[in-house]
Design a protein. Structure first.
Length: 288
């Protein structure tokens, strides 16, 4: 690895961003005019089936599983590789231009909610669900929710970028972020050695936030890095991951806005509960 001497003033090189060079830029704001589509339900979600997107669709499906009809939602596909997140309508909803973003039309004026952790907390408070009421348990759930929000950038933007997406493989950043990701897995494994769920004996938004990232990692599904990170060592994380994976709402939530993998596991957009039976990738492909 050759030594790099930073220039006095950094300048943007469009060709240096690796796999996502075409959508990464050092400025915010819209690149084109296009309003967001609005469906029939109170909650409108604009997302993609990445770990951050899955957090929210799992939460919405769990709320529906509990019988909260007000949690019915339209989930619109946002193709980030094509820059959909930089439309004028999307930027108005989320000035940070990241997925997911949610707009709640059940309020007097529509309420925009961006950042996946904020969306989970908003929905938990709106429907009084999946956030413990007792002071210590509630605080513990929020501890782990914010742990995930602070930790995942090291996993995705750090390890994932340099291990899987960077245009060149560099030993130092891969080693640095691999060490941090393994430390995080150990944090989770030690916590889950003493608890059924992240915050104790109650399933909560903390589990929904952490599972799409670290559950997928523990099963070797993220960045094809399972062997490299020896994820089999984290047996408590795997036990918890497998337990959550069997929940019907989790199975459905993982499918929404998903456009890769087995066609039967893909539901590009979700506008009705029946879509899981009629509009998955395999059904769309065959026209059945």
């Amino acid at each position: 690895m050759s030594e790099y001497t930073p220039p006095k003033v950094w300048t943007w090189d469009k060709e240096s961003g690796g796999r996502f060079a075409s959508i990464n830029r050092p400025i915010a704001g819209p690149t084109h005019e296009k309003e967001l589509q609005v469906g029939k339900h109170p909650i409108q979600l604009y997302s993609l089936g990445t770990p951050n997107g899955v957090k929210v669709t799992v939460m919405l499906e769990e709320l529906l599983e509990l019988g909260h009809k007000g949690a019915e939602y339209d989930a619109w596909l946002v193709n980030i590789s094509e820059g959909n997140q930089f439309s004028s309508g999307y930027v108005a909803a989320n000035p940070n231009s990241k997925i997911p973003v949610m707009v709640d039309h059940s309020t007097k004026e529509p309420t925009r909610v961006f950042e996946s952790g904020s969306i989970l907390l908003y929905l938990a408070e709106k429907f009084d669900a999946f956030l413990p009421k007792e002071h210590h348990k509630r605080t513990e759930a929020l501890n782990w929710l914010f742990w995930q929000m602070g930790s995942a950038p090291y996993l995705g933007g750090g390890f994932g970028h340099f291990y899987a997406y960077a245009p060149v493989k560099l030993e130092y950043p891969i080693d640095r972020f691999a060490m941090e990701v393994k430390r995080q897995l150990d944090v989770l494994d030690r916590n889950l050695a003493e608890r059924e769920y992240m915050a104790g004996d109650e399933y909560s938004i903390a589990d929904m936030a952490i599972w799409p990232w670290y559950g997928a990692l523990a099963k070797g599904l993220l960045y094809e890095a399972g062997e490299f990170l020896s994820v089999h060592e984290y047996k408590n994380v795997i036990r918890w991951t497998d337990q959550l994976s069997e929940r019907p709402a989790v199975k459905r939530g993982r499918m929404v806005n998903r456009v890769w993998g087995e066609p039967a596991s893909q539901l590009p957009e979700r506008h009705d509960a029946s879509d899981f039976e009629t509009k998955t990738g395999d059904k769309l492909k065959t026209g059945t």
